[in-house]
Design a protein around this ligand. Structure first.
Ligand SMILES: [Zn+2]
Length: 138
């Protein structure tokens, strides 16, 4: 009896350090690992230095959430293209229509950055392994 509880706590302590966490359902399921990028790095930095609640989870997408993930990722990529595209169109209109070219270019940069930031509201990171289906042994 005592042995079992001892083993359980050992597993628990080891698991907590780099526990997998599904980005869709938020459960501690194992799954396909998320690729670290600048945006995730920025979020981690923010959590570590500003809100001070960095959990250090290993971000994954679990098997049952994979179809939801692919949809969300696709939606995010489409939105990003759309928003940045709109920003570029707005910028062109500003540059063509504006009197002060320098000011128009400055506004354009602000518009594009703002549109890009707006698209990040539905941010969905990419996966580390893309061709997971081909070497699926389980
Ligand atoms: Zn999940």
């Amino acid at each position: 009896m005592a042995k079992i509880t001892k083993r359980k706590t050992a597993i628990g302590a080891a698991g907590r350090r780099n526990e997998p966490r599904c980005v869709i359902c938020g459960k501690a399921n194992d799954g396909i690992e998320i690729q670290e990028d600048q945006i995730l790095g920025l979020l981690r930095w923010f959590k570590r230095n500003v809100t001070r609640n960095e959990k250090g989870y290993k971000l994954v997408v679990c098997k049952s959430c994979y179809p939801i993930y692919t949809k969300s990722r696709k939606r995010f990529v489409n939105r990003q293209v759309l928003y940045v595209g709109l920003g570029v169109i707005l910028s062109l209109l500003l540059v063509i229509g504006g009197g002060n070219k320098l000011l128009a270019v400055l506004y354009s940069i602000i518009v594009i950055v703002f549109m890009y930031a707006l698209s990040l509201l539905s941010y969905m990171p990419t996966l580390k392994v893309k061709a997971q289906r081909q070497n699926n042994t389980r």
